[in-house]
Design a protein around this ligand. Sequence first.
Ligand code: HEC
Length: 284
Amino acid sequence: MKKIATLLLSAGLVAMSAQAVPSPQEDLKHFRDYFQRKFPGLKLDELRNGINALDENHRMQWEAMEEFPPYEEFVDKGKALWEKPFKNGKSFADCFGKDPSKVRVKYPQWDAKKKRVVTLELAINECRKANGEKPFKWKKGPIAWVSAYLGYMARGQKIHVVIPNDPDALKAYEHGKHFFYAKRGQLNLSCADCHVKYAGRRIRGNLLSPALGHVTHFPVFRGKWANKSKDGDGLGTLHRRYGGCNKQQRARPFKAQSKVYRDLEFFHQYMSNGMTINAPSYRE
Ligand code: HEC
């Protein structure tokens, strides 16, 4: 606990008194201020480009990839799935509304009835199930295509996660925040160690991106994922990335869309509130 308190302190995320828990709004302000102090030469929105904002070589490679984006065909596939009627004649529009550009910004959202965080991917599969369709697999393939299409349609809009003033919603937020700052795995590192404290530094040969803006461009097409998959589909969801980073920590990954990862996403996306959506994107 002491270690977590020190780390929270280093990120500016600390209560005014020992008892008071800072509100999400206070956390957000401290989080942003911390990164702006750390990278004074970079505009806030530039940070969402991750390591491409920090290193010229990565930037050039990334810009070259974005000229003929390898994710484009998946955005098209996502559009086709969005438009394709289910067997019962309904479609995604019956769950999400007719305008596909208005969906991405609503997620993740707090479901007060079921007392849980609903991510975009969870909502996509719940829509399918409610209409008698088989749910998609969680981390890649069709779910990532639909999510990429909805992200693409929302490009230019700002992340806008709402944490209602409801004790259960705040509990989920605090749970996600704790997960983010807790050390784990054989390396005894937290998400915050790599993406807050050491952001901009190298760890075992890898340059580390700032957590601020992390979520703006998911799902992401990764060269690494494309090389690994037999089908050459390199597109993956945010929870696929969480699993990969837990492995980087030499820790056990959790299941995509498990409660832990949904709560983590609630905190993680909230910290990028106000930043511009630029999904999907290319990463190494
Ligand atoms: C041992 C260091 C380490 C830890 C701990 C770690 N990561 Fe990462 N993470 C990386 C590296 C390396 C990359 C690839 C380079 C980059 O973009 O930072 C990465 C990339 C990411 C990305 C993609 C960034 C982008 O621009 O698309 C996200 C999101 C992310 N990590 C989230 C997390 C979360 C959440 C946790 C905690 C569960 C975590 N990471 C823990 C090392 C780490």
